[in-house]
Design a protein around this ligand. Sequence first.
Ligand SMILES: C[S@@+](CC[C@H](N)C(=O)[O-])C[C@H]1O[C@@H](n2cnc3c(N)ncnc32)[C@H](O)[C@@H]1O
Length: 245
Amino acid sequence: MKFINHQNAPNGFERLYNEIRGEEERILSLEQIQKLPYTAKGFRHHGEWNKRIRSTSRFENYITDKKTRTLLDIGCGNGWLLYKLARKLQRADGIEINKLELEQATTLLAHFDNVELHYGDIFSMDPQPVYDIILLNACIQYFDDIDRLMGRLRQFLSESGEVHILDSPIYKDKTSALEASTRTKDYYARHTIPEMAKFYHHHCFEDFANYNYQIPFDPRKITHRIKRKFVSESPFPWLKIQLSR
Ligand SMILES: C[S@@+](CC[C@H](N)C(=O)[O-])C[C@H]1O[C@@H](n2cnc3c(N)ncnc32)[C@H](O)[C@@H]1O
């Protein structure tokens, strides 16, 4: 594992994010991280992680079937997914702006020689057009400008590379996104961290209208809506985006 530092000092986001993560009891032990998405029954976020079991498994099957060689996990957090996928890939890299969790990823992935972990932001990393897949797993909400982000990601993708967005809410229209944004503001205000709201962005399908995207998993389908009544299934869509050069 190679660690690359693009960040000289923590930014405002890190302090606020860790404050809320601590309060929400989302900082996990290495033992817990190694088992994700599986968690113990009594764990506070057990229900939420249970819903991620199927979305993780679908994505894992996809990269296996496609014989994906290289992947960049943006906002890789504590590295749980890279840990799960690294054995299947020639190169499994992560970038993360939160040092606390990235340090956990560093420990977790120490023995993999096909992993690079970058501390910083995709805008501070040198572009190299090498990734077959760029993944944003529960992360797109931390980027305000989809066009700016896609323009940047294009520079990191291999010839037929794809961007995948998983496990994040994508709202049906701008009105729903705006309503959700009010809920988010209330949530952070209640937790006495109102400044955090400015880092959390609510996207709707229209924000991706300029891109050639598919929805390999669409929770709005009636079959999935019925299924969710009986099994733990993700309420979030999986977006696959082919970016032309
Ligand atoms: C909700 S967590 C998801 C972590 C992990 N991908 C997962 O699926 O569990 C979102 C992560 O994105 C990171 N993040 C937010 N903005 C980022 C940015 N501009 N560059 C890199 N990471 C970022 C946060 O620090 C956080 O670890």
